[in-house]
Design a protein around this ligand. Sequence first.
Ligand code: KG4
Ligand code: ZN
Length: 357
Amino acid sequence: MAIILAIETSCDETGVAIVKNRHILSNIVASQIDIHQRYGGIVPEVASRQHLEVINACLEQAMEQAHLGWDEIDGIAVTVAPGLMGALLVGLATAKTLAMVHHKPLLGIHHLEGHIYASYLSDPQLNPPFLCLLVSGGHTSLISVQGCGDYQMLGGTRDDAVGEAFDKTARLLGLGYPGGPAIDRAAKQGNPDAYQLPEGKVSHPQGGYYPYEFSFSGLKTAVSRLVNQLESQGKLAVNDLAASFQETVTRSLSERTIACALDHGLDTIVVGGGVAANGSLREKLTAKARENGLRVHFPAMKLCTDNAAMIACAGVQHYLRDRVSPLSITATSRLPLTEVMSLYEIPKQLSIPKNMS
Ligand code: KG4
Ligand code: ZN
């Protein structure tokens, strides 16, 4: 059993949560979306300042809602990579302070591990091995999860992340930021077969295509060309274009994910990241998985986008395996998921000298 308090400040949401095993005791998310909306995207410096403004209030609320005292918290987890450096540092400084003051082990967490384990919060039985389709604003990856900390990258994007493609396409269509939910909404009113768009296959030098690789930059260029052409003819149908874009993206994600799972003998697929909230992806992948006798898990809607409950959930998994990070740990804007074990260096008992106070 483990009760972990987690802090997530890697991008534009300030999150503090407390999770007991796979059960959320509190999950506070202070979103900065309305602030960044004015700029049409995330401004890193504004993000760090905003985290600093609200982190203490989030912490207080999380403790209050969980009805716990500090003596009941087993460890402090915090996102240390990847993300915006200034933003990560606000969370890390807060977490280190709490770990020192309250004599708790510190667990540095890779943000993508949070997305991988978000589905654990709605399913007590879910365990590796499984294939994770990770689709966020910064990443698009197919990961074989063999155990906690044991990851193998099987596929991914060669250029834009899928969330980024949603955001850029939404901007081209004048749908605003963040683009994913806006396209999801607009697509519901449009015809997904209105336009044929390129699927973004990555050519293999010896012929054919890489089966589990994605490329979204050509798709974005095709949409941009189409928007200019249709606009000059006064025929821009935003909903149809949004629906066709979404159809193309979610079809290729679903097909390649299923192929990857079947080829690697993995009968369970776990989806994580902001784009896991997409209605069309949820529908298509669920249907295709069922056709192929595979199981698929999506996180609860509010746990798809960034939050600290998923970081706490990943923290529980590492804590239960006696892993702990040194108090000297630093934030890193980039860290391959395959290197997460470098965040844990010393046994739990030795991390914080009990005679410090
Ligand atoms: O995981 P996340 O909150 O942050 C990162 O770690 O990047 O993902 C944010 C991304 C954004 O690109 C956003 O447009 C996308 O997830 N997103 C969606 C939906 N909701 C959020 N994309 C498609 N459909 C959605 N419903
Ligand atoms: Zn994320």
